[in-house]
Structures are given as C-alpha cells and as structure tokens.
Ligand binder design. Structure first.
Ligand code: HEM
Length: 126
C-alpha cells in the first residue's frame, strides 16, 4: 500500500479552514487574544497555516519565509502557562472537531496538538 502524507490526504484547503476556525475561536477569548502581539490575527493565521502545511508533509513555504521553525524559541516572548495552553488547545481541538477529518489524520493531529501545546508552556502560574 502506498503511503501518502496527511497533507496529501486532507488537501491544502483543509489547513486554511482549520486555522481560520481556530483564530475565530481565539478572537472570542479575550485573555488568549491578548497574548497575540498584533491586533489583526490574519498574519498569525497565515504563519500557522503554512507551518502546519509544512509539518504535515506539504510544501516548505513556512521555512522559506520564516526560517527554521524553532517553535519553543519563537514562543518565548509570550507567557504561556497551563491555563493559556488549555485555552489554545480548546480552540484548536474545537476547530478540528468542527471539520472532523476522518481517521487516521484526526487522532494523529489531536495527539500532535496535545503534545506540542504542552511543549510550548514556558511560565508557571500559582
Ligand atoms: C501545537 C502547539 C503550537 C503550534 C504548532 C504553534 C505554532 C505557532 C507558529 C507556527 C507561530 C508563528 C511563528 C513565527 O513564524 O513567527 C506561532 C505564533 C504564536 N503562538 Fe503558537 N503554536 C502552538 C502553541 C501555542 C500556544 C499554547 C500558545 C498560547 C497559548 C501560542 C501562542 C502564540 C502566539 C501569541 C504567537 C505569536 C503570533 C504570531 O505573530 O505569529 N501558541 N505559533
């Protein structure tokens, strides 16, 4: 059986829809939205879409425009504690559920977002 990437399986449009739905949710959460440096979330939306496209096997437009992802380093300026991680994840999993791609990509992406969001935590709040 030939193996294809998640990107090929779901198609590029899926990723743009996913981040669109994700940022619609971010915009509704004042605390989460306040972390984002730009009032306009569109440029952040595009960066995330191209990162995910690249991560899941599509073209490397993200790295051509932004260089090596180094995601933990890029998130250092933003205080991400567990509450923020949960909010971020809730937005992302909500967006994913809305589109509900069929398995296996669905469970693979869920696992990835869970783990990657945890890795982005850089602040402890008491
Ligand atoms: C699965 C986990 C995550 C992934 C894959 C991810 C991915 C990304 C990417 C690709 C960027 C753009 C980096 C650049 O090129 O400059 C970014 C920016 C950002 N992320 Fe994340 N992120 C994750 C988790 C989080 C979490 C948990 C938070 C906060 C709760 C967060 C908050 C931000 C903020 C505030 C920015 C700056 C917006 C911008 O200008 O692009 N991220 N993230």
């Amino acid at each position: 059986m030939a193996e294809i990437s998640v990107y090929e399986y779901l198609g590029e449009e899926f990723f743009f829809e996913l981040v669109d739905k994700f940022y619609q949710r971010v915009a509704l959460d004042a605390e989460l939205k306040a972390l984002y440096p730009e009032e306009d979330l569109k440029p952040a939306q595009e960066r995330l879409a191209f990162f995910l496209i690249q991560y899941w096997g599509g073209p490397d437009t993200y790295s051509q425009q932004r260089g090596h992802p180094r995601l933990r380093m890029r998130h250092q300026p933003y205080p991400i504690d567990h509450t923020m991680r949960e909010k971020w994840l809730a937005c992302m999993l909500g967006a994913l559920d809305e589109l509900s791609p069929i398995d296996p990509p669905y469970s693979m992406m869920k696992e990835y977002f869970n783990q990657a969001a945890l890795a982005m935590v850089n602040t402890i709040s008491y």
